[in-house]
Design a protein around this ligand. Structure first.
Ligand code: F0G
Length: 460
């Protein structure tokens, strides 16, 4: 008997047309965009793998929840529903809604982080690092070394190296470290998960030194899926139980709901400590809005409560991760160097190994991302030197360990045919990689978070 193949646990009810274009069109558009893919109009993109953030498709249950959103300024029913869902899912009693993940970081760090502080963690996401450096504090990356070797198999490349963490604490002293942040899954190393064992070890360290531990939980459900599949002792535990255990090791969390909340906008902070909640509440009101909406409409909170629940369904998670894996396997079969094992939300292409003739000063990963767009209208994103930005003190370019192009898969949006198209497009670029020998130089850049708005020109 033939084993039945996996298929998505949903079917398509509403369609959004997307359009192909010609190479001369794309040459014109990317030139006008100053070789920055963020500057492209979405109608000039055929398959958009820029991000999985806010780009997912909502379910019929989420759309119907939107119709009963309570738009009251204070005491909204939709907030209560959301707060109850978060309490149940995480165990944290205090919840502050925010308009997105970086807003949660801004509010929490306003209450916790000051000049000269040091915040260790596992490869902080760029907005997290940005909010830390904006406060003249320092983010220290304590990720395991395995994360930097794309060809090496390690089931949990998001893990914190406990020795590195301890030595940061000993070097700077507890009084300069207001919190530890662990990002699940770790976006910057390739959507790589953190194991339960590692979370327990970080917890142990945080208790030993009395430093609060916060999870950057944007992709918490995908992290839980990997624990279930890859970590000994979790195969028979439900995603819900695993999620609850992960959060039990932390004092709180920040969330970008645009990922595993499966909504188009939203975020929140959740925590145990009431005093911190009160302190952060003042900043929430100042920056985001009143405590029962924080920058979200009532209908957004209603859709989020439903989305968080759907994100923990095993069949959904399996089809999502297997779709990402399908793309990764296709690329690997073509010989294209990718971060392995494959991550939860994206395939990360190792641009340095892909384009050995482009100098790092000419932005290798950006060069590859532009080539992929020119080839087939596929928009990816650079996770490399442009994103790593300049050192805040010396202003020299920071060259990260990995120069990567991220092919980020939106939730419940694209089909297997789209994955085949992307893989074929990248293979065509790979076949002509010997002819790609130069990249780009910066014409203009912003003083912080430059990758969003940077303007480039060809060096050839
Ligand atoms: N933390 C992580 C791990 C993220 O991946 C992001 C966003 C944020 C925080 C900030 O959340 O966008 O809602 O303000 N990541 C997106 C991405 C933008 O493309 O990876 P936000």
């Amino acid at each position: 008997m033939m084993p039945l193949p996996f298929a998505e646990p949903y079917r398509i009810k509403m369609v959004e047309p997307i359009h192909r274009s010609t190479r001369p069109d794309r040459e014109k558009w990317i030139g006008e965009a100053r070789y920055n893919l963020f500057n492209l109009k979405s109608q000039h993109v055929y398959i958009d793998l820029l991000t999985d953030s806010g780009t997912g498709a909502m379910s019929q249950e989420q759309w119907s929840a939107m119709m009963i959103g309570d738009e009251s300024y204070a005491g909204s029913r939709s907030f209560e529903k959301l707060r109850d869902t978060i309490n149940e899912l995480t165990g944290f009693p205090h919840v502050l809604p925010t308009h997105q993940g970086r807003a949660a970081e801004n509010v929490l760090f306003s209450a916790l982080v000051g000049e000269g502080d040091v915040i260790p963690g596992n490869a902080h996401f760029d907005t997290t690092r940005g909010h830390i450096e904006f406060r003249k504090a320092t983010a220290v990356d304590c990720t395991v070394d395995a994360a930097g070797q794309t060809g090496l198999y390690h089931p949990f490349k998001g893990n914190v190296d406990i020795q590195k963490l301890e030595s940061v604490i000993n070097q700077y002293g507890v009084e300069r470290i207001p919190l530890i942040i662990v990002t699940i899954t770790c976006n910057s190393t390739g959507g790589q998960p953190v194991s339960m064992e590692n979370l327990r070890a970080v917890r142990h360290c945080s208790e030993k030194y009395g430093i609060p531990l916060f999870l950057d939980a944007a992709r918490f459900a995908e992290n839980a899926y990997f624990i279930k599949i890859r970590e000994e002792g979790y195969a028979n535990r439900s995603i819900r139980e695993i999620v609850r255990e992960m959060f039990s090791y932390a004092d709180g969390m920040t969330m970008s709901s645009k990922k595993d909340g499966i909504v188009n906008i939203g975020g929140f902070i959740a925590m145990n400590n009431q005093e911190l909640y009160r302190k952060a509440s003042a900043f929430n009101i100042l920056f985001e809005g009143f405590l029962t909406y924080g920058g979200m409409a009532g209908r957004d909170m209603a859709a989020l409560a439903q989305g968080l629940t759907e994100a923990m369904e095993f069949d959904y998670l399996e089809s999502r991760v297997l779709q990402v894996e399908y793309l990764g396997t296709s690329l690997r079969d073509y010989g294209i160097p990718v971060q392995e094992p494959f991550g939860g939300h994206a395939i990360f292409v190792d641009a340095t190994r892909f384009l050995p003739h482009v100098r790092k000063e000419e932005f290798i990963a950006q060069t590859l991302a532009v080539e992929l767009y020119l080839e087939a209208g596929v928009r990816s994103v650079e996770i490399g030197t442009l994103l790593a930005d300049r050192d805040p003190v010396t202003h020299a370019n920071r060259y990260p360990k990995l120069e990567m192009v991220r092919l980020t898969i939106p939730r419940r949006v694209y089909t297997r045919n789209h994955m085949d198209y992307v893989a074929a497009a990248l293979k065509n670029v790979y076949d002509r990689r010997e002819q790609i020998t130069s990249g780009y130089r910066i014409v203009w850049e912003a003083p912080i978070m430059r990758h969003f708005t940077v303007e480039l020109e060809k060096t050839f």
